[in-house]
Design a protein around this ligand. Structure first.
Ligand SMILES: Cc1cc2nc3c(=O)[nH]c(=O)nc-3n(C[C@H](O)[C@H](O)[C@H](O)COP(=O)(O)OP(=O)(O)OC[C@H]3O[C@@H](n4cnc5c(N)ncnc54)[C@H](O)[C@@H]3O)c2cc1C
Length: 334
Protein backbone atom coordinates (compact mmCIF):
# COMPACT_ATOMS: atom_id res chain seq x y z
CA UNK A 1 0.00 0.00 0.00
CA UNK A 2 1.40 3.41 -0.90
CA UNK A 3 2.31 5.97 1.74
CA UNK A 4 1.64 9.69 1.51
CA UNK A 5 4.53 12.07 2.15
CA UNK A 6 2.37 15.21 2.20
CA UNK A 7 2.83 15.73 5.94
CA UNK A 8 6.48 14.63 5.81
CA UNK A 9 7.91 17.50 3.77
CA UNK A 10 8.01 21.19 4.69
CA UNK A 11 7.28 22.31 1.12
CA UNK A 12 3.86 20.71 1.73
CA UNK A 13 3.65 19.14 -1.73
CA UNK A 14 2.06 15.82 -2.64
CA UNK A 15 4.13 12.69 -3.03
CA UNK A 16 3.69 8.96 -2.47
CA UNK A 17 6.16 6.21 -1.66
CA UNK A 18 5.58 2.51 -2.41
CA UNK A 19 6.19 1.55 1.24
CA UNK A 20 7.66 2.89 4.47
CA UNK A 21 9.93 1.65 7.27
CA UNK A 22 10.74 3.35 10.55
CA UNK A 23 14.09 2.73 12.27
CA UNK A 24 14.51 3.66 15.93
CA UNK A 25 17.95 2.11 16.45
CA UNK A 26 21.11 1.71 14.41
CA UNK A 27 20.48 -2.07 14.32
CA UNK A 28 17.02 -1.56 12.79
CA UNK A 29 18.56 0.82 10.30
CA UNK A 30 21.13 -1.80 9.30
CA UNK A 31 18.40 -4.42 8.92
CA UNK A 32 16.38 -2.27 6.49
CA UNK A 33 19.49 -1.27 4.55
CA UNK A 34 20.63 -4.89 4.19
CA UNK A 35 17.20 -6.07 3.08
CA UNK A 36 16.86 -3.37 0.39
CA UNK A 37 20.44 -3.96 -0.76
CA UNK A 38 19.50 -7.64 -1.26
CA UNK A 39 16.15 -7.01 -2.96
CA UNK A 40 17.56 -4.23 -5.16
CA UNK A 41 14.72 -1.87 -4.17
CA UNK A 42 15.34 1.87 -4.11
CA UNK A 43 15.65 3.34 -0.60
CA UNK A 44 15.05 6.98 0.28
CA UNK A 45 16.01 8.18 3.76
CA UNK A 46 14.05 11.04 5.25
CA UNK A 47 14.58 13.02 8.43
CA UNK A 48 12.32 16.05 8.88
CA UNK A 49 11.76 16.55 5.14
CA UNK A 50 12.90 20.18 5.43
CA UNK A 51 15.48 20.08 2.66
CA UNK A 52 13.85 17.98 -0.04
CA UNK A 53 11.75 18.69 -3.11
CA UNK A 54 9.58 15.58 -3.46
CA UNK A 55 8.16 14.73 -6.87
CA UNK A 56 4.92 12.74 -7.24
CA UNK A 57 6.21 9.18 -6.86
CA UNK A 58 8.98 7.82 -4.69
CA UNK A 59 9.78 4.35 -6.01
CA UNK A 60 10.80 1.67 -3.50
CA UNK A 61 10.98 2.13 0.25
CA UNK A 62 10.94 5.26 2.34
CA UNK A 63 12.95 5.04 5.55
CA UNK A 64 12.20 7.38 8.44
CA UNK A 65 14.78 7.73 11.20
CA UNK A 66 13.38 8.11 14.69
CA UNK A 67 16.33 7.33 17.01
CA UNK A 68 16.40 10.34 19.33
CA UNK A 69 18.66 9.19 22.14
CA UNK A 70 21.27 11.51 23.61
CA UNK A 71 24.30 10.20 25.54
CA UNK A 72 27.16 12.06 27.15
CA UNK A 73 30.20 10.07 26.03
CA UNK A 74 32.85 12.11 27.80
CA UNK A 75 32.85 15.08 30.13
CA UNK A 76 35.97 17.14 30.82
CA UNK A 77 36.57 20.37 32.70
CA UNK A 78 35.73 22.57 29.71
CA UNK A 79 34.13 20.31 27.14
CA UNK A 80 31.51 17.66 26.70
CA UNK A 81 31.24 15.04 23.96
CA UNK A 82 27.63 14.19 23.20
CA UNK A 83 26.30 11.40 20.99
CA UNK A 84 22.91 11.95 19.37
CA UNK A 85 20.64 9.58 17.44
CA UNK A 86 20.04 10.56 13.81
CA UNK A 87 16.30 11.02 14.37
CA UNK A 88 16.62 13.66 17.09
CA UNK A 89 14.96 16.94 16.18
CA UNK A 90 17.78 19.41 15.61
CA UNK A 91 16.20 22.44 17.26
CA UNK A 92 15.11 20.40 20.29
CA UNK A 93 18.73 19.28 20.61
CA UNK A 94 19.97 22.88 20.54
CA UNK A 95 17.45 23.73 23.28
CA UNK A 96 18.55 20.72 25.36
CA UNK A 97 22.22 21.71 25.16
CA UNK A 98 21.42 25.28 26.19
CA UNK A 99 19.41 24.00 29.18
CA UNK A 100 22.44 21.97 30.26
CA UNK A 101 24.61 25.12 30.04
CA UNK A 102 26.64 23.88 27.05
CA UNK A 103 27.52 26.25 24.25
CA UNK A 104 28.37 25.67 20.61
CA UNK A 105 25.03 25.17 18.87
CA UNK A 106 23.33 28.49 19.69
CA UNK A 107 23.98 30.07 16.27
CA UNK A 108 22.28 27.04 14.69
CA UNK A 109 19.03 27.40 16.62
CA UNK A 110 15.68 27.13 14.79
CA UNK A 111 17.07 25.17 11.85
CA UNK A 112 14.40 22.54 11.15
CA UNK A 113 15.19 18.87 10.57
CA UNK A 114 17.09 16.12 12.32
CA UNK A 115 20.55 15.65 13.81
CA UNK A 116 21.32 12.89 11.27
CA UNK A 117 20.67 15.19 8.32
CA UNK A 118 22.75 18.06 9.75
CA UNK A 119 26.06 16.72 8.35
CA UNK A 120 24.54 16.00 4.92
CA UNK A 121 24.72 19.62 3.80
CA UNK A 122 26.91 20.77 6.71
CA UNK A 123 24.14 23.03 8.02
CA UNK A 124 25.26 26.54 8.71
CA UNK A 125 23.94 29.84 9.95
CA UNK A 126 25.23 33.09 11.42
CA UNK A 127 28.93 32.24 11.27
CA UNK A 128 28.82 28.61 12.47
CA UNK A 129 28.69 25.39 10.47
CA UNK A 130 28.01 21.89 11.74
CA UNK A 131 31.61 20.93 10.94
CA UNK A 132 32.81 23.40 13.60
CA UNK A 133 31.06 21.34 16.31
CA UNK A 134 31.13 17.80 14.88
CA UNK A 135 33.61 15.41 16.45
CA UNK A 136 32.69 12.29 14.48
CA UNK A 137 29.72 10.30 13.25
CA UNK A 138 28.57 6.74 12.65
CA UNK A 139 27.26 5.90 9.20
CA UNK A 140 26.01 2.77 7.49
CA UNK A 141 27.16 1.73 4.06
CA UNK A 142 24.08 1.45 1.85
CA UNK A 143 25.54 -1.37 -0.23
CA UNK A 144 26.74 -3.65 2.60
CA UNK A 145 24.96 -2.48 5.75
CA UNK A 146 28.32 -2.13 7.50
CA UNK A 147 28.90 0.49 10.15
CA UNK A 148 31.78 2.97 9.84
CA UNK A 149 33.02 5.80 11.99
CA UNK A 150 33.99 9.05 10.27
CA UNK A 151 36.05 11.71 12.03
CA UNK A 152 35.20 15.30 11.15
CA UNK A 153 38.27 15.57 8.91
CA UNK A 154 37.08 12.56 6.84
CA UNK A 155 33.67 14.05 6.04
CA UNK A 156 34.87 16.35 3.22
CA UNK A 157 32.75 19.20 4.47
CA UNK A 158 32.36 22.31 2.37
CA UNK A 159 29.82 25.09 1.97
CA UNK A 160 26.45 23.25 2.18
CA UNK A 161 28.04 19.98 1.17
CA UNK A 162 29.82 16.87 2.44
CA UNK A 163 31.04 13.48 1.35
CA UNK A 164 27.60 12.11 2.28
CA UNK A 165 25.69 14.56 0.08
CA UNK A 166 28.08 13.98 -2.81
CA UNK A 167 28.19 10.18 -2.74
CA UNK A 168 24.71 9.30 -1.45
CA UNK A 169 26.23 6.00 -0.28
CA UNK A 170 25.88 6.46 3.48
CA UNK A 171 23.07 6.66 6.00
CA UNK A 172 24.04 8.56 9.11
CA UNK A 173 23.03 6.75 12.29
CA UNK A 174 24.54 8.89 15.05
CA UNK A 175 26.45 12.14 15.35
CA UNK A 176 28.93 13.14 18.04
CA UNK A 177 29.26 16.80 18.92
CA UNK A 178 32.00 18.46 20.92
CA UNK A 179 30.49 21.30 22.95
CA UNK A 180 31.88 23.77 25.41
CA UNK A 181 30.98 24.11 29.08
CA UNK A 182 32.05 27.75 29.06
CA UNK A 183 30.58 30.49 26.86
CA UNK A 184 32.79 30.34 23.78
CA UNK A 185 30.68 32.41 21.49
CA UNK A 186 30.88 33.06 17.76
CA UNK A 187 29.92 36.68 17.22
CA UNK A 188 31.68 37.31 13.90
CA UNK A 189 28.43 37.68 11.97
CA UNK A 190 27.81 41.46 11.87
CA UNK A 191 24.03 41.29 12.39
CA UNK A 192 24.44 39.05 15.46
CA UNK A 193 27.28 41.19 16.86
CA UNK A 194 25.15 44.33 16.48
CA UNK A 195 22.17 42.84 18.31
CA UNK A 196 24.41 41.46 21.07
CA UNK A 197 25.54 44.95 22.07
CA UNK A 198 24.51 45.66 25.66
CA UNK A 199 23.45 42.05 26.32
CA UNK A 200 25.06 39.39 28.50
CA UNK A 201 27.57 37.40 26.49
CA UNK A 202 25.97 34.00 27.03
CA UNK A 203 24.97 31.21 24.65
CA UNK A 204 21.33 31.72 25.69
CA UNK A 205 21.45 35.39 24.64
CA UNK A 206 23.02 34.53 21.28
CA UNK A 207 20.24 31.97 20.78
CA UNK A 208 17.64 34.65 21.55
CA UNK A 209 19.21 37.10 19.11
CA UNK A 210 19.54 34.52 16.32
CA UNK A 211 15.95 33.31 16.91
CA UNK A 212 14.62 36.86 16.66
CA UNK A 213 16.53 37.54 13.43
CA UNK A 214 15.36 34.27 11.89
CA UNK A 215 11.71 34.77 12.90
CA UNK A 216 11.73 38.17 11.29
CA UNK A 217 13.23 37.01 7.98
CA UNK A 218 12.13 33.44 7.37
CA UNK A 219 8.66 32.01 6.80
CA UNK A 220 7.47 29.47 9.37
CA UNK A 221 7.17 26.18 7.45
CA UNK A 222 4.18 25.20 9.62
CA UNK A 223 2.30 28.12 8.05
CA UNK A 224 3.96 28.63 4.66
CA UNK A 225 5.62 25.70 2.89
CA UNK A 226 9.32 26.22 2.23
CA UNK A 227 12.75 24.60 2.57
CA UNK A 228 14.70 27.65 3.71
CA UNK A 229 17.21 28.75 1.03
CA UNK A 230 16.28 27.24 -2.31
CA UNK A 231 19.64 28.22 -3.83
CA UNK A 232 23.23 28.14 -2.61
CA UNK A 233 25.21 31.34 -2.69
CA UNK A 234 27.34 31.11 -5.86
CA UNK A 235 31.14 30.98 -5.64
CA UNK A 236 32.85 32.68 -8.59
CA UNK A 237 36.38 33.78 -9.60
CA UNK A 238 37.38 37.16 -8.17
CA UNK A 239 37.86 38.48 -11.75
CA UNK A 240 34.18 37.73 -12.53
CA UNK A 241 33.07 39.45 -9.31
CA UNK A 242 35.09 42.53 -10.23
CA UNK A 243 33.39 42.71 -13.64
CA UNK A 244 29.99 42.28 -11.98
CA UNK A 245 30.76 45.11 -9.61
CA UNK A 246 30.95 47.47 -12.60
CA UNK A 247 27.29 46.54 -13.23
CA UNK A 248 26.28 46.40 -9.53
CA UNK A 249 28.43 48.81 -7.46
CA UNK A 250 26.85 47.60 -4.18
CA UNK A 251 27.64 43.91 -4.91
CA UNK A 252 28.26 41.93 -1.70
CA UNK A 253 31.28 39.65 -1.91
CA UNK A 254 32.94 37.40 0.69
CA UNK A 255 36.42 36.08 0.00
CA UNK A 256 36.26 32.30 0.48
CA UNK A 257 39.56 31.11 -0.95
CA UNK A 258 42.55 33.45 -1.10
CA UNK A 259 44.82 31.04 -3.02
CA UNK A 260 42.23 30.29 -5.68
CA UNK A 261 40.97 33.89 -5.68
CA UNK A 262 37.35 32.85 -5.28
CA UNK A 263 34.52 34.86 -3.76
CA UNK A 264 31.02 34.04 -2.61
CA UNK A 265 28.22 36.25 -3.91
CA UNK A 266 24.85 36.81 -2.29
CA UNK A 267 22.28 34.92 -4.37
CA UNK A 268 19.56 36.86 -2.52
CA UNK A 269 21.01 40.17 -3.70
CA UNK A 270 21.20 39.02 -7.33
CA UNK A 271 17.65 37.57 -7.29
CA UNK A 272 16.37 40.77 -5.72
CA UNK A 273 18.20 43.01 -8.19
CA UNK A 274 16.85 40.98 -11.11
CA UNK A 275 13.34 41.88 -9.93
CA UNK A 276 12.17 38.47 -8.67
CA UNK A 277 11.28 39.47 -5.10
CA UNK A 278 7.57 38.94 -4.49
CA UNK A 279 6.94 37.34 -7.92
CA UNK A 280 4.78 34.21 -8.10
CA UNK A 281 3.81 31.60 -10.65
CA UNK A 282 1.72 28.39 -10.49
CA UNK A 283 1.41 28.54 -6.72
CA UNK A 284 5.12 29.21 -6.03
CA UNK A 285 6.53 32.57 -4.99
CA UNK A 286 9.71 34.36 -3.91
CA UNK A 287 9.53 35.34 -0.21
CA UNK A 288 9.46 39.13 0.14
CA UNK A 289 11.74 39.28 3.18
CA UNK A 290 14.34 36.83 1.89
CA UNK A 291 14.49 36.23 -1.87
CA UNK A 292 16.56 33.04 -1.46
CA UNK A 293 13.44 31.37 -0.13
CA UNK A 294 10.73 30.02 -2.44
CA UNK A 295 7.36 29.53 -0.79
CA UNK A 296 4.28 27.43 -1.40
CA UNK A 297 1.38 29.70 -2.29
CA UNK A 298 -0.98 26.93 -3.29
CA UNK A 299 0.76 24.30 -5.38
CA UNK A 300 0.67 20.56 -4.65
CA UNK A 301 3.56 19.79 -7.00
CA UNK A 302 7.27 19.74 -6.29
CA UNK A 303 7.80 20.14 -10.05
CA UNK A 304 6.24 23.65 -9.89
CA UNK A 305 9.07 24.65 -7.53
CA UNK A 306 11.65 23.23 -9.92
CA UNK A 307 10.11 25.00 -12.94
CA UNK A 308 10.02 28.35 -11.12
CA UNK A 309 13.58 27.90 -9.80
CA UNK A 310 14.73 27.12 -13.33
CA UNK A 311 13.33 30.42 -14.60
CA UNK A 312 15.24 32.31 -11.93
CA UNK A 313 18.42 30.38 -12.73
CA UNK A 314 18.13 31.05 -16.48
CA UNK A 315 17.49 34.74 -15.87
CA UNK A 316 20.51 35.14 -13.57
CA UNK A 317 22.72 33.29 -16.00
CA UNK A 318 21.60 35.58 -18.86
CA UNK A 319 21.91 38.78 -16.86
CA UNK A 320 25.01 38.19 -14.77
CA UNK A 321 26.64 35.01 -16.11
CA UNK A 322 26.13 33.49 -12.65
CA UNK A 323 25.00 29.90 -12.31
CA UNK A 324 22.83 29.11 -9.27
CA UNK A 325 22.84 25.66 -7.72
CA UNK A 326 19.82 24.24 -5.87
CA UNK A 327 20.33 23.68 -2.15
CA UNK A 328 17.58 21.09 -1.45
CA UNK A 329 17.67 17.53 -2.75
CA UNK A 330 15.12 16.45 -5.36
CA UNK A 331 13.62 13.04 -4.50
CA UNK A 332 11.32 10.78 -6.53
CA UNK A 333 9.91 11.24 -10.01
CA UNK A 334 6.80 12.66 -11.70
C1 LIG B 1 12.55 27.52 7.45
C2 LIG B 1 13.82 26.78 7.14
C3 LIG B 1 15.03 27.32 7.50
C4 LIG B 1 16.22 26.64 7.22
N1 LIG B 1 17.40 27.21 7.59
C5 LIG B 1 18.57 26.59 7.33
C6 LIG B 1 19.81 27.18 7.72
O1 LIG B 1 19.84 28.24 8.33
N2 LIG B 1 20.96 26.52 7.41
C7 LIG B 1 20.94 25.33 6.77
O2 LIG B 1 22.03 24.78 6.51
N3 LIG B 1 19.79 24.74 6.39
C8 LIG B 1 18.60 25.33 6.66
N4 LIG B 1 17.42 24.75 6.28
C9 LIG B 1 17.44 23.47 5.55
C10 LIG B 1 17.20 22.22 6.44
O3 LIG B 1 16.56 22.56 7.63
C11 LIG B 1 18.51 21.49 6.78
O4 LIG B 1 19.17 21.12 5.60
C12 LIG B 1 18.28 20.25 7.62
O5 LIG B 1 19.50 19.72 8.05
C13 LIG B 1 17.47 19.17 6.89
O6 LIG B 1 17.15 18.16 7.85
P1 LIG B 1 16.00 17.12 7.58
O7 LIG B 1 16.05 16.11 8.65
O8 LIG B 1 14.71 17.81 7.39
O9 LIG B 1 16.49 16.47 6.21
P2 LIG B 1 15.57 15.89 5.04
O10 LIG B 1 14.93 17.01 4.31
O11 LIG B 1 14.70 14.82 5.56
O12 LIG B 1 16.69 15.25 4.11
C14 LIG B 1 17.59 16.07 3.39
C15 LIG B 1 18.57 15.15 2.63
O13 LIG B 1 19.36 14.45 3.58
C16 LIG B 1 19.18 13.03 3.45
N5 LIG B 1 19.17 12.49 4.80
C17 LIG B 1 18.38 12.86 5.84
N6 LIG B 1 18.72 12.19 6.95
C18 LIG B 1 19.76 11.39 6.61
C19 LIG B 1 20.57 10.48 7.33
N7 LIG B 1 20.41 10.24 8.62
N8 LIG B 1 21.55 9.81 6.64
C20 LIG B 1 21.75 10.03 5.32
N9 LIG B 1 21.02 10.89 4.60
C21 LIG B 1 20.04 11.58 5.25
C22 LIG B 1 17.85 12.85 2.71
O14 LIG B 1 17.84 11.63 2.00
C23 LIG B 1 17.86 14.07 1.80
O15 LIG B 1 18.68 13.80 0.67
C24 LIG B 1 16.20 25.40 6.55
C25 LIG B 1 14.95 24.83 6.20
C26 LIG B 1 13.78 25.51 6.49
C27 LIG B 1 12.45 24.89 6.13
Amino acid sequence: MSVSLSHLNTLAVRSEADSMDIASTVEELQRVIRSTAQSGEALTVLGGGSNVVPLRHLPGRLLLLRDDRVHVLEERVDTVLVEVGAGHDWNALVEKTLERGWSGLENLILIPGTAGAAPIQNIGAYGVELKDRLHSLLAIDRSSGELREFLEKDCEFGYRTSLFKQSGNWVIGRVRLLLSKSSQLELGYPEVARHMEGRDHTAREVARVVSAIRRQKLPNPMLTGNVGSFFKNPIVPLSQAEKLREMIPSLNTYLVDVDRAEVKLSAAQLIDRAGWKGRRERGVGVWEKQPLVLVNLGTENGSDFLAFAQKIRTDLLDRYGVSLELEPVVIGQD
